[in-house]
Every structure is written in C-alpha cells, then in structure tokens.
Design a binder for this molecule. Structure first.
Ligand code: ATP
Ligand code: MG
Ligand code: MG
Length: 531
C-alpha cells in the first residue's frame, strides 16, 4: 500500500503501484461516452498509460456505456480520435455494453444467493433511508419474490419500471457507499449500441468491478473523489466471487477558472456560449490543442504532477509556461502591425524601388524555413510604437537596421500621424532603446484577425455547490485587426508562430481570399494576463 512518493519534475515521477509485477500489470481508461474528453480525462488516460508502460503491461480502453440517456456515438468517435491525438493506444478496446448479457446473469446469480434484492422504494425516500441507516421494507423479500420482480424489471413492465436492484450489503456501515447500493435501474431509452434490447441497465458501481475483473485489470486507477467507494468496489467483487482488482487513487485535476464537468460544458455548447466542444476557450482536449497547446506540454504537465493524492487546483499559467518552452525554440517568426492608428514612416534615403531579402523564419532553428521580407521606402509602424519615438532618436528597425527619426507629425489631438527620417545602417543596434517591428507599405500584406480569449468564468475556484451561471464572464473574445507579412498567406490551420514582440499565435483560419482575414488565436505563454 505504502507507495513511494518521490516526485520528479519534467514528465516523470517515481512511484510504484502496489503488487505490481513487470509484464503482468493491466490498467484501464474507462470514459463514459457522454461528452468530449477534457484535460481531467487526459490526466486519467495518461496516468493509466504511464503505469502500463512502466511495468511493460497492458492498457485497456473501455467505454463505460451504461447510461443510454447521456451517451451517443458522436462521443464515442470523438473520444477515440482524441486518444489517438494524445498518442494513447490501448491494447484492447471494449464497451461495458459488450457485457450486458453476462451482467444480467450475474445480477440473477446474486439474487438467488440472497446478495441482492429488488426495491421499489421511491428515490427520495431511498436516499433518506440510506442516510439514516434504515433498511428498506423490501430487504426481507424471499428469493422467489425477488426473482419474480427482477423478471418484471427485465421485461420493462409497469410494475418492473417502479423497481431497482440493490446489493444487500450493510445498511449500518459507517461508509455509506456500503448501504445497499443500486446495481440495476430501469431505463426505457434505447442504447446507442445495443438499441432497445434492454429495459434495465447496470450502474457503474455494479458493472465496473465486474468488467475490470473479467477483463484482467490488475490495477484500477480512480480519481480520489471516489475513495470512499473503494470498500464497496471490493465488497461487490467479493459477492460476485471474482478475482480481486487493486483500486489505486490519484488526485482529480481541477484547473483555475475552469469547469470540468461534461454536463456543465454541454450547457455552454447548447446555449451557444462557445463554438462547440472544440472551442479554444474550452478545457476539452480539442479546445486546448486548438488554442495552441502541444501534446508534449500536456504530457509533461500531467506527469509532473505525479500521482499525488491531494485534490489539486492547477494554474493554467503553469501549463502554458511548459508549452512556451516547447514551442519557442521551433516556431517561425512573423510580423504584424495593428491596423488602428498605424503610421507611415518615410525613410528618405531608402531605395526608391522595393526590394526583397530571404531571411530565416527562426534565427536559431534553420528547419523553420525561410521567408521573403519586402523593404520599401515607406513602412508601417504600429500606433503604440509611433507614439513613443522622439524627434532625433535613433531606433532599430528589426531585420533591417537603424534609422533616425527626424520629424514626428502629430494631429490636433497630439496623436502621431506620420514619421520622417533616414536609414542609418552603420548604427549599432546596441545603442538604441527601441527595436521596432514594421511592415513594408505594399499591396501584398495579408489581413489578420488577432484573437485574445479569456476564461469562461470569473471565479478562480468553483465549488460544487456554486452556480456557474452566476459567474459567467461576459466578454471572452477580443478581436484586433492587423496587417501581416505576406508569408503568412501560406500558414496552415494549427500552425504555431510567433509574431515578433507580440507573442505566440496559432492559425485557426488560414488564408482563403484577400478580403477574409486570417484568424490567429493568441496562445497564452504563462505570463500575459488575458485582457
Ligand atoms: P464528468 O464529471 O466530466 O462527467 P466523469 O468523471 O463522469 O467526468 P468519465 O468519462 O466517467 O467522466 O471519466 C473517465 C475517467 O476520467 C474516470 O476514470 C474519471 O475518474 C477520470 N476523470 C474524470 N474527470 C477527471 C478529472 N478532473 N481529473 C482526473 N481524472 C478525471
Ligand atoms: Mg463517470
Ligand atoms: Mg464526474
């Protein structure tokens, strides 16, 4: 039990599962296909994969599809795709619904052995009785009575629909999860895989230990909020007469300013608050990757938390800082100038004819390729830069050289509307205070929409009982129009770049035609606060 907990940083940690033998460990990731995978699920999946690899064992992927009201094939497919994106490959893929016939038999066996009974106590009353340790009036029914009612349930008759199947465990147990948990419920809704064949469905508490044991799982990893249900899991397996499986807890991942509940995320989708499950403001695997997170950063982040069992609230900044270290050394550099208030800088001694130079997209990473930079006699500066240059000041024009500002033209409000000066290419970049980005004044510039995104909610740590609708962030998307260098016409969707002096961006919508801006989403780098 006493697992060693000496955590290391950067994507590995030293921790052992109890009774783990090389070559014999089998873990599993059991998503319910009731939504898209989010970063919390990614943690569970990555940890399961980590231990399977560590012990040269096996990883099972199992769809825990026991609630037809919430599940569908779209979610199954998206989960499979996302696991592939995360490079998580199971040695076997299964569905809890594959075991429905066996689970029915097991239920009947437990009834015949007096280990389960049918109960028609109304839901609220059952909840109260469980809290108070009061036995149901049905608990003493004979096996024959239970079997008769079970048949009604399985057939979905009117009488059957009033009932559920409960394990006969211990109504006085201090651990309330042992107070006769529900094993089967009626549900007339057709199932996405097996259709309308069944009128009854097993609960997670019943199906999960069964399938874990049958499939050969040796270590069932569960997030720690289920810790209290461990005894129940073991007891259910024991009543079923099946091989024991180790349950092993890890901490549930929570992120600041973030909802990690499929039901709540579904609300945002249904109410048009986001584009869909892959919205870049969403904590879904699709959302965060679309926002510019790399799979490598996600892995390092998750594994650096190790298997600590504390419920943890993690900062997004920590994840984005890891990401920045991964993208910065390799992402191409480009230039953009915000359109609003941009200013022309006339360089009177520059060549009259535009000229082009081929320069690397990343000075220290040749593989990033090359770009064509156009030089013109008048160039665009951003309003914010133009506002701070002084007459007579020598500045550095990036990728060109120094220039001296000779005249600053202002309008009646004191806003800079034009600059004049001359190149001073002999000047040293070491002597200048301002290193300015600029763009040639020519027709090949592309239109950009620079998008800044913010958290969907305004509360850092959302408690279970908080009403998330009362903390919705009213503005979560800000767009700024800009010009970009002509090379950006070739950006592909998902490509990550750095805009010099602005930050990292991911291409969300590539160039289609001149009038339609390329959409670049700002990638947080762990330092900038959202607007
Ligand atoms: P949700 O509450 O979003 O519906 P869930 O827990 O019901 O999530 P499942 O599909 O049942 O979702 O979860 C699959 C696996 O992912 C489970 O092993 C679960 O413990 C784990 N998991 C879910 N959320 C988190 C989280 N925030 N941190 C760590 N593991 C998680
Ligand atoms: Mg679940
Ligand atoms: Mg949950």
């Amino acid at each position: 039990e006493a697992a060693k907990r000496t955590e290391k940083v950067e994507g590995s940690f030293d921790i052992d599962l109890p009774d783990a033998e090389i070559g014999k460990v089998c873990t599993r990731f059991p998503p319910e296909p009731s939504g898209y995978l989010h970063i919390g699920h990614a943690k569970a999946a990555l940890l399961n994969q980590y231990f399977a690899n560590k012990y040269h064992g096996r990883l099972l992927i199992r769809f825990d599809d026991t609630n037809p009201a919430k599940e569908n094939n779209e979610f199954v497919e998206s989960i499979l795709e996302d696991l592939e994106t995360l490079c998580i490959k199971g040695d076997m893929l299964s569905y809890t619904s594959d075991y429905f016939p066996d689970l029915l038999k097991m239920a009947e066996k437990l009834i015949r052995e007096g280990k389960a009974y049918i109960d028609d106590t109304p839901k609220e009353q059952m909840r109260k009785e469980r809290m108070d340790g009061i036995e149901s009036k049905c608990r003493g029914q004979t096996v024959e009575e239970n079997i008769a009612l079970w048949k009604e349930m399985v057939a979905g008759t009117e009488r059957g629909l009033q009932c559920c199947l409960r394990g006969k465990l211990d109504m006085q147990a201090v651990n309330k999860s042992l107070r006769d948990p529900v094993y089967y419920r009626c549900n007339p809704i057709p199932h996405h895989r097996v259709g309308a064949k069944y009128k009854v469905y097993p609960t997670y508490d019943f199906a999960c230990p069964y399938v874990d044991s049958i499939e050969g799982v040796t270590h069932a990893l569960r997030s720690s909020e289920y810790h209290d249900r461990q005894d129940q899991y073991y007891r259910v397996l024991q009543d079923m007469g099946l091989r024991k499986v180790h349950v092993w807890d890890f901490s549930r991942l929570n992120m600041t300013y973030t909802l990690l509940s499929k039901r709540k995320l579904q609300w945002f989708v249904d109410n048009g608050k986001v584009d869909g499950w892959d919205d870049p403001r969403f904590p879904t695997v699709r959302g965060i990757l679309r926002r510019g997170l790399t799979v490598e950063a996600l892995k390092q982040f998750i594994l650096s938390q190790g298997a600590s069992k504390n419920l943890n609230l993690m900062e997004w900044d920590k994840l984005w800082t890891i990401n920045k270290k991964i993208i910065d050394p390799v992402c191409p550099r480009h230039t953009a100038v915000v359109k609003e208030g941009r200013v022309l800088f006339v360089l009177r001694n520059a060549p009259d004819q535009p000229f082009v130079k081929i320069i690397p997209k990343h000075k220290k990473w040749e593989a990033a390729g090359k770009k064509a930079t156009t030089f013109t006699k008048q160039i665009w500066l951003e309003a914010a830069d133009a506002a701070v240059v002084a007459e007579g000041e020598e500045v550095t024009l990036m990728d060109w050289g120094n220039a001296v500002v000779e005249r600053v033209q202002k309008d009646d409000n004191g806003k800079v509307v034009g600059l004049e000066g001359r190149l001073h290419l002999e000047g040293s970049v070491k002597t200048t205070k301002l290193k300015l980005t600029w763009l040639a004044d020519f027709s090949e510039l592309v239109n950009l929409s620079l998008v800044e995104l913010d958290y969907l909610i305004t509360k850092k740590k959302l408690e279970e009982e908080d009403d998330f609708m009362s903390v919705l962030n009213p503005t979560t998307r800000l767009e700024i129009e800009a010009f970009g260098d002509a090379n950006m016409r070739n950006l592909k969707r998902g490509e990550i770049i750095q805009l010099e002096r602005k930050g990292y961006y991911i291409c969300d919508l590539p160039y289609i035609r001149a009038s339609k801006p390329i959409v670049l989403l700002a990638i947080p780098d762990g330092r900038q606060r959202p607007p």
